[in-house]
Design a protein. Structure first.
Length: 143
């Protein structure tokens, strides 16, 4: 009987410790898309995606503006982020406060007073694979 109690207690505690991980819900964070370099190093921020400074930007982040707080968006392709520089955005995903990063599920941009989805993670896999195939094909063709 004592072994059964210990087993049940261990099982219950294990389940209780794992539960917060299992039920972690996606969160939505709002801010602006900005150049990481200008936030970290005080370099000039690009005004829009046609600004020549875009060529010097290493990555783009969700900038909250409060004390230079920002979140990295590692799973959103750079070219997608670059399109929305300086725009009001909303990112939904798994927020990691320790590393100040969001594993995005959805990127929305504010247009005409409401947010429109511009990057849902699920639907972009085929686009990425198509681009990758065309890129490698172009290299083989000598382009």
């Amino acid at each position: 009987m004592n072994k059964n109690r210990k087993f049940l207690l261990t099982l219950f505690l294990s389940a209780a410790l794992l539960m917060p991980v299992a039920v972690s819900a996606a969160q939505t964070v709002q801010g602006h898309m900005e150049a990481l370099d200008c936030i970290l190093y005080g370099k000039p921020c690009p005004i829009d995606n046609l600004d020549p400074h875009m060529a010097l930007v290493t990555d783009f982040v969700l900038f909250l503006g409060k004390g230079s707080k920002h979140y990295l968006l590692p799973n959103i392709p750079r070219n997608v982020k670059a399109q929305y520089i300086g725009k009001a955005i909303r990112v939904t995903g798994e927020v990691n406060r320790k590393y100040r990063a969001i594993k995005a599920e959805k990127l929305e941009v504010k247009r005409s007073g409401s947010y429109k989805t511009v990057w849902p993670r699920e639907s972009k896999r085929d686009d990425w694979e198509k681009w990758l195939k065309e890129f490698h094909q172009g290299r083989l063709d000598g382009h």
